[in-house]
Design a protein around this ligand. Structure first.
Ligand code: KG4
Ligand code: ZN
Length: 357
C-alpha cells in the first residue's frame, strides 16, 4: 500500500525528447531543477531517437542525484514521483517512466504520469497566479497548439499546425542557412541585429477562418529565396541577421495574428505563451505590445521553464497530489497525441466568454 504524506515533496522526471531533466517541487515551489541537453544530435541536425534514449539512460541517475543534492532533499523524503508518459519519443519516454516506477516501488510512494503538453500549458502557474480561463499557445519543437484552458484538466483544443511545428520551422530554417541545431536560439540571436522588413516571407493561413496554423509554405519560400538571391554559394555572413529577422518575423506574425483573433472572438483577456519557442525575444516583444494595445495580459515563463524541463512535470504532479490523483504501476507510455489522455479533446471553439471546456 502506498503511504501518503502531507508535506507534498514531488520528484518530477522529464525524458520525452532529447533533454534529461529532474526536479523537486516542495509545497508548489521549485526546490531544484536540472536539465541536461544532449549535444550529440547537433551533427545530425535533429534529434536521433535511438541516441536520445541511450543518452537518457546514462544521464538520468547523475542528474537525479544532483537534483536531490541541490534541493537539500533526501530521496526517502519524496512523497510522490511524477514522470512524462506522453507524447514523445517512445524509447525516451520509457526511460523516465521506468525510473519513476522503480522509485515508486522502492519507496512505496504514488506515481503520477503527466502529459507533456499539459505540463507546458500549466507551466505559467509555476511563477504566476493566472486566473482561469486563459488561452494557451503551446509552441515547441514538436507542437504548435492553441488551447482554451478552463481549469486543471479542462482543456479545449482550438487549433494546431497543419504541417510543421513552430520550433521545427526555426530549426529547419537554421539548417537551410547553415546554422547549428537547435536553430531557434541561433536565429533569435542573429535576428536581433537584423531588419525584419528586409524581405516579406509568407504568413500562411492568417486569413483562413480556421484556428489552425501552417508553416510549410514559409520554409519553402526561404529555400527559393536563398536559391534565387544567393545561388549555390549561399548568403554572405553579413546578410544572415537580415534574413533571420525577416524569417522570424513571419513565424511570429503567423502565431500572433491567429492567437489574438481567437482571443478577441472568445473574449479571453489572458493569454499564456509556453514551450521552447516562447523563449523567442521577438515573439515576447510583439505579444506583449499587442496585449498592451488590446488591454489583454500575456503570461510567459522564465526561459528555463519554456524549454523542456522537469519542473513543469513535477508541478503538475504536485497539483495532482493535492487531489490524490495517482496512476497504477501498469501505466504505459503513449508516443502520439492521439492516445494522449489529458489534452485529447474534440476540436472546436467554445462559446465566447464561456467557462466550460
Ligand atoms: O519545448 P521544447 O524545449 O521541446 C519540445 O517539446 O519540442 O522546444 C524546443 C524548440 C526547438 O525547436 C528550439 O529551436 C525552439 O524550441 N527554441 C526557440 C528558442 N529557444 C528554443 N525558438 C525560437 N527562439 C528561441 N529563443
Ligand atoms: Zn516541450
Amino acid at each position: 500500500m502506498n503511504s501518503i504524506k502531507s508535506d507534498g515533496i514531488i520528484l518530477g522526471i522529464e525524458t520525452s525528447c532529447d533533454d534529461t531533466s529532474v526536479a523537486l517541487i516542495r509545497g508548489g515551489e521549485v526546490a531544484s531543477v536540472l536539465v541536461s541537453s544532449q549535444a550529440s544530435h547537433e551533427e545530425w541536425g535533429g534529434v536521433v531517437p535511438e541516441l536520445a534514449s541511450r543518452a537518457h539512460l546514462t544521464t538520468i541517475s547523475p542528474i537525479l542525484n544532483k537534483a536531490l543534492e541541490k534541493g537539500g532533499i533526501s530521496l526517502s523524503a519524496v512523497d510522490a514521483v511524477a514522470a512524462t508518459n506522453e507524447p514523445g519519443l517512445i524509447g525516451s519516454l520509457l526511460v523516465g517512466l521506468n525510473v519513476a516506477k522503480g522509485i515508486s516501488v522502492a519507496l512505496g510512494i504514488p506515481i503520477i504520469t503527466v502529459n507533456h503538453i499539459e505540463a507546458h500549458l500549466l507551466s505559467v502557474m509555476i511563477e504566476h497566479r493566472i486566473e482561469l480561463p486563459y488561452l494557451g499557445l503551446v509552441v515547441s519543437g514538436g507542437h504548435t497548439m492553441l488551447y482554451d484552458v478552463a481549469g486543471i484538466g479542462k482543456y479545449k483544443l482550438l487549433g494546431a499546425t497543419r504541417d510543421d511545428a513552430a520550433g521545427e520551422v526555426f530549426d529547419k530554417g537554421a539548417k537551410l542557412l547553415g546554422l547549428g541545431y537547435p536553430g531557434g536560439p541561433l536565429i533569435d540571436k542573429l535576428a536581433q541585429r537584423g531588419d525584419p522588413s528586409f524581405h516579406s516571407f509568407p504568413r500562411s493561413l492568417v486569413h483562413d477562418p480556421s484556428d489552425d496554423f501552417s508553416f510549410s509554405g514559409l520554409k519553402t519560400s526561404l529555400r527559393y529565396f536563398l536559391r534565387d538571391r544567393y545561388g549555390d554559394t549561399g548568403p554572405d555572413e553579413r546578410a544572415l541577421p537580415d534574413i533571420c529577422a525577416a524569417y522570424q518575423e513571419a513565424i511570429v506574425d503567423s502565431l500572433l495574428i491567429k492567437t489574438y483573433r481567437v482571443a478577441k472572438l472568445l473574449g479571453r483577456e489572458r493569454i499564456a505563451v509556453v514551450g521552447g519557442v516562447s523563449a523567442n525575444s521577438r515573439l515576447r516583444e510583439k505579444f506583449w505590445l499587442k496585449a498592451d494595445e488590446q488591454g489583454r495580459q500575456i503570461y510567459t515563463t522564465s526561459p528555463s521553464y519554456s524549454t523542456d524541463n522537469a519542473a513543469m512535470i513535477g508541478f503538475v504532479g504536485w497539483l495532482r497530489y493535492q487531489s490524490r490523483s495517482f496512476d497504477e504501476l501498469t501505466v504505459t507510455a503513449n508516443p502520439s497525441m492521439k492516445e494522449a489522455k489529458a489534452v485529447r479533446r474534440a476540436k472546436g471553439r467554445p462559446r465566447a466568454n464561456s467557462q466550460e471546456a
